[in-house]
Design a protein around this ligand. Structure first.
Ligand code: 5GP
Ligand code: ZN
Length: 114
């Protein structure tokens, strides 16, 4: 989608602090980090969010997860722990309509979320 912020990040029209990339996914540091590790992992194809996943494209979730597993290794948060978060819709706090997995780690996280 040409007017999508994260599509523009993928194609380099908007700069980002890239941490990982493969054929299917792209990952970069969140511009407003909530912990020392705060990375967004996104599919290279545009999907609005969780509501748009179905049997035909559910492999997107596997690819995001595998990429995120690489990143928790290189970030050094695997042992102490981390959180994968996908916000959905207004109540879920989703602000960008391109599916993204937050990897948050590097400190003790609170539960439940606010
Ligand atoms: P959401 O609130 O939709 O779950 O997450 C969107 C995230 O994208 C937020 O954490 C926000 O800080 C981040 N974000 C928004 N615009 C940009 C940007 O231009 N660059 C980067 N690196 N992160 C962004
Ligand atoms: Zn997009």
């Amino acid at each position: 989608m040409t007017d999508c912020l994260f599509c523009k990040i993928i194609n380099g029209k908007i700069p980002s602090d890239k941490v990982y990339e493969d054929k299917f996914t792209y990952a970069f540091r969140d511009i407003n980090p909530v912990a020392s590790t705060h990375i967004l992992v996104i599919p290279k194809i545009h999907v609005n969010g969780l509501n748009d996943l179905k049997i035909e494209n559910i492999d997107i979730m596997s690819k995001l997860t595998l990429s995120a597993q690489e990143i928790i290794n290189t970030e050094g948060v695997k042992e102490n722990g981390y959180r994968f978060v996908i916000n959905s819709g207004m109540d879920g706090g989703q602000t960008v309509s391109h599916l993204h997995l937050h990897i948050i780690g590097g400190r003790k996280l609170k539960w439940p979320p606010g």
